[in-house]
Design a protein around this ligand. Structure first.
Ligand SMILES: CC(C)(COP(=O)(O)OP(=O)(O)OC[C@H]1O[C@@H](n2cnc3c(N)ncnc32)[C@H](O)[C@@H]1OP(=O)(O)O)[C@@H](O)C(=O)NCCC(=O)NCCS
Length: 273
């Protein structure tokens, strides 16, 4: 029986990931809580090394480098520079952002950072898309490329990819009208009119409730590394399932603040969609 209080090494993390099917050539997007593992020898850098080891030279590691805030038409975000704007989603993502060779997409709130052969193709052109995570964005490309979403000690709550289907199906409810955003491009600062996320609770907001649905659809695997629960989700399957759920339970006054209904879950399990 492994000692849950022993320090966790990069090797142990890489082994744990391969145990749940992360392998050479994979594209992964990792959301993490460093503290959840217990003590990681080498800290955030070791966690990043473990991810790079797990996917090998032919794989690509991505992390969210989000810089969101209470922004909207009345309060546009501050100027965004991919080289200097900090991320606010944990120490590992912030360490990753500043690693040599890491590419970061150009988006004021939902940028993606990537390292590996697919990195440039994943992050390019984010600023030209209307929504932060919807069709055409790096987040949709993760689904297109059959990436694996790794939730390292954080559960399904922080899985940014859910925002993609939300923007696809419920654009008006989920996103503000276009907001002028100042972005640092290689040619200097330019203004882009982007539809940023607005505060919302709706059909797939309670992601904890989605977990059994994901499991029953074979889209989720779990292991334990140190004291962390590690979930691996299929990005494409997650996207499709979320679209189905949202279409089955569109936004209206009655369900606006509700969770995924029992009936909707049952219908998904019966393969109605
Ligand atoms: C918020 C969140 C980052 C907090 O997790 P956390 O483990 O407390 O914080 P971090 O991952 O930044 O790790 C730093 C903490 O790890 C701990 N730590 C430091 N070194 C460590 C080590 N070597 N080993 C283990 N833990 C360590 C410290 O407690 C540190 O906290 P401190 O800075 O207050 O001292 C996490 O819960 C989360 O939500 N992560 C995902 C975020 C995300 O992707 N959001 C997307 C939203 S759509």
């Amino acid at each position: 029986v492994p000692d849950r209080h022993a320090p966790v090494s990069a090797g142990a993390i890489a082994d744990g990931l391969s145990h749940v099917g992360v392998g050479t050539g994979d594209i992964v997007i990792a959301h993490s809580s460093l503290r959840s593992f217990g003590w990681v020898s080498g800290g955030a850098e070791a966690l990043i090394d473990a991810l790079l080891t797990a996917v090998g030279n032919t794989g690509t590691v991505c992390m969210p480098t989000l810089s969101y805030g209470d922004y909207g038409p009345a309060r546009p975000p501050p100027p965004f520079d991919p080289a200097t704007t900090p991320s606010i989603v944990g120490r590992a993502a912030e360490a990753f952002r500043t690693r040599p060779g890491v590419a970061r997409s150009l988006h004021p709130t939902h940028s993606l950072a990537a390292l590996g052969p697919s990195a440039e193709a994943l992050v390019v052109g984010h600023e030209a898309e209307l929504t932060p995570c919807g069709p055409g964005t790096p987040w949709r490309r993760l689904a297109d490329k059959r990436a694996k979403v790794l939730l390292l000690g954080v559960g399904t709550r922080v899985c940014t990819l859910f925002h993609g289907p939300e923007a696809e199906v419920e654009l008006e409810a989920r996103c503000w009208p276009p907001v002028p955003c100042r972005l640092a491009t290689p040619a200097g600062e330019r203004i882009f009119h982007l539809r940023l996320h607005r505060p919302y609770r709706g059909a797939v907001s309670n992601r904890a409730r989605l977990r059994p649905v994901l499991e029953r659809n074979g889209l989720l695997r779990e292991t334990r590394i140190g004291s962390a629960s590690v979930l691996v989700l299929d990005a494409a399957g997650l996207w499709d399932l979320s679209v189905s759920l949202l279409r089955a339970r569109p936004t209206n006054r009655r369900n606006r603040a509700s969770l995924v209904s029992r009936r909707a879950v049952r219908r998904v399990l019966q393969g109605v969609w």
